[in-house]
Design a protein around this ligand. Structure first.
Ligand SMILES: N[C@@H](CCC(=O)N[C@@H](CS)C(=O)NCC(=O)O)C(=O)O
Length: 87
């Protein structure tokens, strides 16, 4: 079985991002964080692929998911199939 690759486009001051990150950290899910202001290449990539710069955006095996509540629900619903971060 292969774990899905998870990448979260975000920025720190975004409250919607923060609530998604709370779920990620609570369950110690392995996610690559891509800050769109710290590295503008990340913002460019997000805009190029999705046509917008709204965050949070979780890429699941390359497919973008928007809406923090949908992302949180997806993470909780799929916990058993997600890779855990090594501490
Ligand atoms: N309903 C969305 C709201 C997301 C949202 O408004 N994000 C803001 C940052 S806090 C944003 O990216 N705004 C810029 C844009 O949409 O272009 C959610 O819950 O994820």
């Amino acid at each position: 079985m292969r774990y899905p690759i998870l990448e979260l486009y975000y920025f720190d001051a975004c409250p919607y991002c923060q609530r998604v990150m709370t779920v990620i950290e609570k369950h110690k899910i392995k996610v690559t964080y891509l800050d769109i202001y710290e590295n503008t290449n990340n913002m460019q990539k997000l805009m190029m692929i999705t046509g917008k710069k709204t965050v949070p955006c979780l890429f699941i095996d390359g497919d973008p998911m928007f809406e923090s509540l949908d992302i949180m629900k997806w993470l909780e619903d799929n916990l058993a199939t997600l890779e855990k971060a090594s501490v």
